[in-house]
Design a protein around this ligand. Structure first.
Ligand SMILES: *Cc1c(COP(=O)(O)O)cnc(C)c1O
Length: 388
């Protein structure tokens, strides 16, 4: 029996989220206000970090993170080509250039040995953006050690890593700045949205100013100081990156579910792992230094043992009612990045090979046990039919 089409991703929106949004709509406060402040407080508490500042996307969070640590035109920022373009485009927003470093083919995260070589041989690298791919932490000891040695800042892209522990410490408590995305498919979803966390008062102050037009006092303080409420000062050409209370209402309720949602995803990952052991594919590698947030379940096909390539495998899943996706098309083969820096596909061989072999299977809390069983038996069937 083929069930109805199982999409690649679906948010988990229940009555709690719906009621919180209705409450916001009835409150008369639609833009940044009390719900945003509450969401920030609860998020900071959840991570265990001094400051959490909400913005309207993960991309905005990364941009403000780089801006606050002082990245300027002509600077360079080290990051991975195996990510979504947002990670690198924010470097260009500031007139700086990314320096790509290939991945560790087991974890798909930036390879710290190659990062060390790049730092030793490249001038003007002022920051590193590690990306915790799929929800598994980068080698943060290695990255933080290099950052200290070269006196450069670490802005973590934690779009997939809510929550992820690196050696007992929660991601968000390690780098100078950590950026989260609350895009519709992410572990915590507000449709669009993001969060910046930092232990540093000066960065937090800068985020507040730059997320709202360079205005030097945020909307809450303006209502409560003895100065007239209409008064404000513009101190920089800031951005329009503030979160609305409607998004924050979703965030407050989604945050309550974060652990439960991870538990469900981890259960699905364990079923996949147990069922795929004899197939011509590689299951996700488990790094002993990291927990896994299971934002993505990425399998790598052993192409020499199959008559189908990756694209055909995804098509076969689709024909049988299952949505799959690819994470990621490496940036160095995308036209903009390729042409601007003159990259060849094999400049980052591990990123390229991983891309050619990989696909991501559905993994989200609203998948039923039956859905998971159907996905497992379908992957097994396709592998057997396509065995060489
Ligand atoms: C989703 C994502 C982003 C961007 O987040 P938005 O909220 O969509 O702006 C950045 N980096 C990675 C790795 C992502 O997956």
């Amino acid at each position: 029996m083929t069930p109805n089409f199982i999409p690649f991703a679906l948010p988990d929106i229940g009555e709690e989220e719906i009621n919180e949004v209705i409450d916001t709509l009835r409150s008369g406060w639609l833009t940044t206000g009390p719900k945003t402040r509450l969401f920030e407080q609860q998020f900071a508490e959840f991570i265990g970090v001094k400051h959490a500042l909400a913005v309207n996307s993960g991309t905005a969070a990364l941009h403000l993170g780089l801006e606050a640590v002082g990245i300027q035109a002509g600077d360079k920022v080290a990051t991975t080509p195996y990510t979504f373009t947002a990670t690198a485009e924010v470097i260009r927003y500031l007139g700086a250039d990314p320096v790509f470093v290939d991945i560790d083919p087991r974890t798909f995260n930036i390879d710290v040995n190659q990062l060390a070589n790049v730092l030793a041989s490249t001038d003007r690298i002022k920051a590193i953006i590690p990306v915790h791919i799929a929800g598994q932490s980068c080698d943060m000891d290695g990255i933080l050690k290099l950052a200290k040695e070269y006196d450069i800042k670490v802005i973590e892209d934690a779009a997939h890593a809510l929550p992820t522990y690196y050696k007992e410490k929660l991601i968000g408590t390690l780098g100078d700045v950590t950026a989260y995305s609350f895009y519709a498919t992410k572990p915590l979803a507000t449709g669009e949205g993001g969060m910046l966390v930092t232990p540093h008062d000066d960065y937090a102050e800068r985020f507040k100013i730059m997320r709202l037009h360079g205005i030097n006092r945020d909307v809450f303080k303006r209502e409560s100081t003895p100065q007239p409420s209409w008064y404000y000062e513009v101190v920089a050409p800031g951005f329009k990156y503030n979160m609305s209370d409607i998004m924050a209402a979703l965030g407050i309720q989604q945050l309550h579910k974060v652990e439960q949602s991870l538990h469900r995803r981890a259960t699905i990952a364990a079923r996949y792992d147990a069922s795929f052991s004899d197939l011509p594919l590689q299951r996700p590698y488990r790094d002993e230094n990291s927990s896994h947030a299971w934002h993505l379940y990425i399998i790598q096909l052993n192409l020499a043992e199959l008559t189908l390539n990756r694209d055909q495998f995804i098509e076969a899943l689709k024909q049988r009612g299952i949505g799959a996706s690819v994470h990621f098309i490496p940036l160095h083969i995308q036209p903009y990045w390729r042409d601007r820096y003159g990259f060849q596909p094999h400049d980052f061989p591990y990123a390229l090979e991983t891309y050619q072999r990989s696909l991501s299977l559905p993994i989200y809390p609203t998948l039923s046990e039956q859905d998971v069983s159907y996905i497992i038996s379908t992957v097994q069937d396709i592998c057997h039919e396509a065995a060489r």
